[in-house]
Design a protein around this ligand. Structure first.
Ligand code: CMP
Length: 153
């Protein structure tokens, strides 16, 4: 099954939304296979946001992401990358769909609470930047038999 990386950003941590965010993915039927608290560094963020390095907001974005530790997670499921991005909502909280995490809890384009990988390549890169192999777990989930049909498992 596919894996995706989710970060609860410093604003999400400060606002006490870690539990709410985890709950939304759990109740969807996704499987948590890695979780830890991390203080991001310039080196990690230069790689993480390499595609934004020429944007005017790049240095502000890095400062924001280093404000406090973040909570990093790896979630697993069928087509989990697009499924998680739907739950997260579009970048700007004030424009994000009601019912999504950003749509329900945010107003900002930068302080948008959460990050989710946007492609399998990004998920792979992000997982390697933040997790050692032994920190991402493979285990059987009893819930999978309820969440997915036999053909989907
Ligand atoms: P995300 O989509 O997770 O990854 C890129 C991040 O850059 C984005 O969330 C925001 O936190 C930030 N970002 C995107 N657009 C802007 C912007 N116009 N101004 C400031 N920050 C932005």
């Amino acid at each position: 099954m596919q894996k995706t990386v989710v970060l609860v950003k410093p604003d999400g941590l400060q606002r006490g939304l870690v539990g709410e965010i985890i709950n939304r993915f759990e109740r969807k039927g996704l499987k948590l296979v890695g979780i830890k608290m991390v203080r991001l560094t310039h080196d990690i963020l230069d790689e993480w946001y390499a595609h934004h390095k020429d944007k005017s907001f790049f240095s502000d974005l890095k400062k924001f992401m280093m404000w406090t530790p973040i909570v990093a997670m790896v979630w697993e499921g069928l087509d989990v990358i697009p499924a998680v991005r739907k739950i997260v909502g579009t970048t700007k909280g004030r424009e994000a769909e009601a019912g999504s995490i950003r749509g329900d809890f945010g107003m900002s384009g930068q302080h948008n609470l959460i990050h989710a990988s946007d492609s399998p390549e990004a998920a792979e890169k992000e997982m390697h930047l933040l997790f050692e192999n032994h920190e991402v777990f493979g285990y059987g989930s009893l819930a999978d038999e309820l969440v997915y049909s036999k053909e989907e498992r």
